[in-house]
Design a protein around this ligand. Structure first.
Ligand SMILES: Nc1ncnc2c1ncn2[C@@H]1O[C@H](COP(=O)(O)OP(=O)(O)OP(=O)(O)O)[C@@H](O)[C@H]1O
Ligand SMILES: [Mg+2]
Length: 203
């Protein structure tokens, strides 16, 4: 059966859709049959649900159908705003509707290492949520901002870009967390080597 992952945060513009598109594409590149949005679970390894920025019925439905939830958090002012409410909603769904629901992880998005603020948000979120935070952090890049307007994932747009590598690493981290390392370790090392060799463009 497919693993269903909802990507939720009632706060708008934190990177839910960008993460849904690019995580789905990265899992597909790693040869996992992946479906974005629709809910037909047989025949797929992963189903990624991109939630709207609300805690309304549609999001509750998504959380009820999902095995886990990814919470994107933008490395910006008020990053933690609304997170308590979201976590509370998740807890309510877990007790009343879907005891199987787990938190796949908190995903830091739009990180700019040059900004003190970005680094402070990373520190703060890691201090608060520790192991719940993915090791993979999605950087802010022009190309990630552009890719959706081309109607494609970053990996199709520019596979050697930082954003593509970030989302591929997220996919790998999720596979590892789920003991789904069906990629032979040699392939993985190869892939890492290839990644190293690829000239990583600035964006
Ligand atoms: N890592 C990134 N670097 C640069 N721009 C990004 C990045 N991630 C997302 N963006 C841009 O930020 C904006 C908001 O991202 P996105 O649409 O993924 O957020 P969202 O949480 O789905 O928003 P909504 O709540 O409105 O559905 C978009 O213009 C997107 O292209
Ligand atoms: Mg969206």
């Amino acid at each position: 059966m497919a693993k269903i992952i909802a990507i939720a945060n009632q706060k708008g513009g934190v990177g839910k859709t960008t993460s849904a598109i690019n995580l789905a594409a990265s899992l597909a590149v790693l040869e996992y049959k992946t479906l974005l949005v629709e809910k037909i679970s047989e025949d797929f390894d992963f189903i990624i649900i991109d939630c709207s920025p609300s805690l309304g019925l549609i999001t509750i439905n998504a959380l009820t159908a999902a095995h886990s939830v990814i919470i994107p958090v933008q490395c910006e002012y008020f990053a933690l705003e609304g997170l308590g409410k979201l976590l509370n909603t998740i807890k309510i769904v877990q007790t009343r509707l879907n005891p199987e629901l787990s938190i796949e992880g908190i995903l830091l998005t739009m990180y700019d290492m040059r900004l003190r603020l970005s680094n402070q948000v990373v520190e703060e979120v890691k201090t608060h949520f520790q192991d719940l935070v993915f090791d993979t952090i999605i950087q802010r890049t022009t190309k990630l901002g552009e890719a959706p307007s081309f109607g494609e994932s970053i990996i199709m747009h520019d596979a050697s870009s930082k954003g593509a590598i970030n989302y591929l690493n997220l996919a790998r981290e999720i596979l590892q967390k789920n003991n789904m390392t069906n990629i032979a370790s040699e392939d993985k090392v190869m892939t890492d080597k290839v990644m190293d060799k690829l000239k990583v463009s600035d964006n």
